[in-house]
Design a protein around this ligand. Structure first.
Ligand SMILES: Nc1ncnc2c1ncn2[C@@H]1O[C@H](COP(=O)(O)OP(=O)(O)OP(=O)(O)O)[C@@H](O)[C@H]1O
Length: 407
């Protein structure tokens, strides 16, 4: 795949401006929880409302979503005839303005000064379509194609010298299948529903503190359940370079990926910098999550597979709560084997939903690729380029992606 084609998979990735736009890690006051109002505090989200105008040109039309440190809004650019609808990601941390960012600006509000990044509006994240679905599964060719696009996007970013640092399904957006720009605001509301605003009140009846919005807005629904996504719609965008970094220039010791897909070196080797290989661990977990129904490391199962490297095993102070000295689980539970997890998440779940399943040959190739990516020691993992060259990518995933580009 040429770099040019890969570039379509990556959102406004600007290596030279990343550090300036996104200088630090996530605000500690923010949370990924659905609780909306507690992050509207100094240093937290900005209380935007529908019809607000930002930067003298962006009229807020709807909400697109929110993450640990930002809210993203659909706005109409009243000064441009080219990009009528834009997405504005409003990030909640202070900092200095980067003058090189043509499509970014700073905005001051009651909770602080926020960086605002202007990009194209997309459909929704893979996490959103999974949540909207009963089965949380994609059709097999769709899943294969998405996995190939993700690996290609990561390979491209790594090739540019950057590690993404926060790979997970919430940062993988599906492209909008058609432009919105032909729609007036009323037509947009007719087609996708107007913003639903829920009043925010204090239980004790006292006035809201400054910086808290009067209403909570539900995000617009451009998406549909995962199993209904068609191959022609499976066009992926890797986004959120908020914690991306250049390992050759900067040593990072902290991983920002969600706990259940955080690479083990972040826990067991805290004095060793995280790097490209840490992305590969998260990539392996994400590819599993795209193909399967349940995460590869299910928090309810809590136990990994295989033995930890001895140097980690010896250093792991809390292990005696879960394991005996000989490595047996203390409560007699056996960790589910790789094959059991694969069978349950990738095979039986698909059978239950009457969806196509992987055959034995594909299962072996896919298992081999993901297990390589999930090697405990970061040095034993493949590079993203090697992932793209695996048998599973070559024989199953990349051909599905080729079909996506043709449809
Ligand atoms: N351009 C866009 N078009 C449509 N929706 C978007 C866009 N950008 C972000 N979103 C929505 O907002 C959500 C949060 O965005 P994002 O993950 O970039 O925020 P964040 O605060 O950096 O989150 P985190 O740090 O938790 O990954 C996304 O999962 C998606 O639903």
């Amino acid at each position: 795949m040429t770099p040019l084609r890969c570039f379509n998979l990556i959102s406004r990735f600007q290596p030279h401006t990343i550090a300036a736009h996104f200088p630090r890690a996530l605000s500690s006051t923010a949370s990924t929880s659905r609780g909306k109002t507690r992050v509207y505090t100094p240093g937290g989200y900005h209380p935007l409302k529908i019809s607000d105008r930002l930067h003298g040109r962006y009229r807020i039309v709807h909400k697109l979503g929110y993450g640990a440190s930002s809210t993203t809004w659909l706005a109409r650019d009243e000064k441009s005839s080219k990009y009528l609808y834009v997405a504005i990601k409003r990030k909640s941390w202070p900092g200095g303005l980067d003058p090189t960012g043509a499509r970014s600006f700073w905005d001051r509000g009651p909770n602080g000064t926020h960086s605002c990044l202007v990009t194209a509006p997309e459909r929704c994240s893979l996490a959103d379509v999974g949540e909207a679905s009963w089965s949380a599964l994609f059709q097999l060719d769709v899943a294969r194609s998405l996995a190939a696009q993700l690996a290609a996007a990561v390979a491209y970013v790594h090739d540019q010298g950057y590690a993404h640092g926060d790979l997970h399904l919430g940062n993988l957006l599906l492209r909008l299948p058609s432009e919105l720009d032909h729609l007036s605001i009323d037509q947009l509301y007719d087609e996708f529903g107007p913003p639903e605003a829920e009043p925010i009140v204090r239980q004790d009846g006292t006035p809201l503190p400054p910086g808290v919005p009067s209403h909570a807005i539900s995000p617009v629904e451009f998406g549909k359940p995962s199993e209904q996504i068609e191959l022609s719609e499976a066009k992926l965008l890797l986004t959120d370079f908020g914690v991306a970094f250049c390992p050759s220039r900067e040593a990072r010791y902290e991983s920002h990926t969600p706990l259940k897909i955080r690479p083990p070196e972040a826990r067991f080797e805290p004095t060793k910098p995280v790097s490209f290989a840490s992305d590969i661990w998260s990539l392996g977990c994400s590819i599993w999550a795209i193909l399967g129904q349940r995460p590869v490391f299910d928090p309810s199962a809590s136990m990994p597979f295989g033995r930890l490297p001895p140097e980690w095993w010896d250093k792991w102070a809390a292990r005696s709560r879960q394991f005996t000295e000989t490595g047996q689980p203390v409560d007699g539970r056996s960790p589910r084997s790789w094959d059991e997890r694969f069978q349950d998440s990738m095979h039986q779940s698909r059978c239950r939903e009457n969806m196509a399943t992987v055959d034995e040959k594909e299962r072996d190739a896919l298992s081999m690729m993901i297990r390589w990516m999930l090697a405990f020691r970061s040095g034993d993992r493949p590079s993203a380029k090697q992932v793209l060259e695996t048998v599973w990518m070559r024989d199953w995933a990349l051909p599905a992606y080729e079909k996506t580009t043709r449809e």
